[in-house]
Design a protein. Structure first.
Ligand code: GAL
Length: 369
């Protein structure tokens, strides 16, 4: 009997541990296991970076709509383009002081928010990195974004597809561009693209004429169009004199893609196959008329909703279903538990179909048909 009883107690104990761990702590389960307290009607902080691309412009309305529908108040703040990092640091500290019950952060520079996310952690406020990871700290609880490595792979594949479709047989002359060094996404996008392109560089199908192939050499400070345009112009002047053709350019987003195309047009080089990202309204007509080859669709409403759903899950005291994706989301200290969304490659062939859930983009794609 005694043996049975002990066995029974052991099973009961195990059940209690299992149940607790899968339902999180009594009042919600932030990743660190500490309990969180997010009553309905709470104010949720959303710290956004400078508006370097249209997706950031769209983010404020997306969060305000999703948070209101979920029964929360929104405290959405953009960092000013001038003193961006300092601005964002002060805004996040302010959100902690005001007592926002969760803080969602799209980092201007994810490596410079360690102090602020520690303040949040010490105050028992869950921190959700949004779109861009926050690095060098264990105090970020969750990361919600589209799979950035997959974004890069899609961009690399699009470049190869466009070259094969539009530039005859190889080998092809190309140049590489990447995003800003202070954006944790930028090297991940680039690594994803090179995962596809490097084998084709190695076998001679692709030739980077300038020989600039490292992230440091090809990155674009601040994601600023003028930085990409001047680098493209300099490359054309240095390496593409005379009849040397430029067949394609890896561009990490639409803003830089349009700047690159401006530079090639000014240099009298017919438009190379150029990739992009963000499905910006300024690029859809260019994709439909063949000027820009591709972009990536990352629905901002969907991405914001995923973060708000996570806040709702925590508010109910449940444990969010996340993935541990080291390749994508190791932040230098830990692999941040993530909710990963799937990016979609867009070319003129599938734009109308894939933009069906976005009337603005669908209309632009249809107008370009
Ligand atoms: C990245 C973001 C991209 C693009 C870029 C420019 O972090 O994921 O979609 O917007 O910033 O700011």
């Amino acid at each position: 009997m005694k043996k049975q009883l002990i066995g029974g107690l052991a099973v009961a104990a195990l059940t209690v541990v299992t149940l607790t761990s899968c339902s999180g702590t009594a009042r919600g389960g932030s990743d660190s296991g500490s309990s969180v307290d997010i009553p309905k009607g709470s104010t949720i902080g959303v710290a956004l970076p400078a508006k370097t691309s249209q997706n950031w412009v769209l983010a404020k309305a997306a969060f305000e709509k999703s948070l209101a529908a979920a029964g929360f108040k929104a405290d959405v703040q953009y960092a000013a383009a001038s003193s961006t990092v300092t601005d964002q640091q002060n805004q996040i500290s302010g959100m902690v002081t005001k007592g926002d019950k969760a803080i969602i952060i799209a980092a201007q520079d994810g490596s410079q928010l360690g102090t602020q996310v520690k303040q949040a952690k010490d105050a028992g406020i869950p921190v959700i990195a949004w779109d861009r990871n926050i690095t060098g700290t264990k105090n970020v609880d969750y990361y919600v974004a589209f799979n950035n490595f997959k974004v890069g792979q899609l961009q690399g594949q699009a470049l190869l597809d466009g070259l094969a479709k539009l530039k005859g047989d190889g080998p092809y002359n190309i140049e590489l561009f990447a995003g800003s060094p202070d954006d944790a996404n930028a090297p991940v996008f680039f690594n994803g693209a090179m995962d596809v392109l490097q084998p084709k560089i190695d076998d001679g199908t692709l030739k980077v004429v300038s020989k600039q192939t490292t992230f440091k050499q090809v990155s674009t400070q601040g994601w600023l169009a003028q930085n990409a345009q001047s680098r493209m112009s300099n490359l054309l002047q240095a390496d593409y004199s005379g009849s040397t053709k430029l067949d394609g350019v890896l561009s990490p987003n639409d803003t830089l893609g349009r700047a690159i195309l401006q530079a090639t047009k000014s240099a009298g080089k017919p438009n190379p196959v150029v990739t992009g990202q963000d499905s910006e309204t300024a690029s859809i007509p260019l994709i439909m008329n063949g000027t820009q080859y591709s972009t990536i669709y990352k629905n901002t409403d969907t991405e914001a909703q995923a973060a708000v759903d996570l806040v709702t899950t925590l508010s109910k005291g449940d444990k969010p279903k996340t993935v541990l994706d080291k390749k994508n989301n190791y932040n230098g200290v830990k692999t941040v538990p993530a909710i990963e969304l799937t990016p979609i490659l867009i070319t003129k062939d599938n734009a109308v179909k894939e933009y069906a859930n976005n009337s603005t983009l669908e209309a632009l794609a249809k107008a370009g048909q």
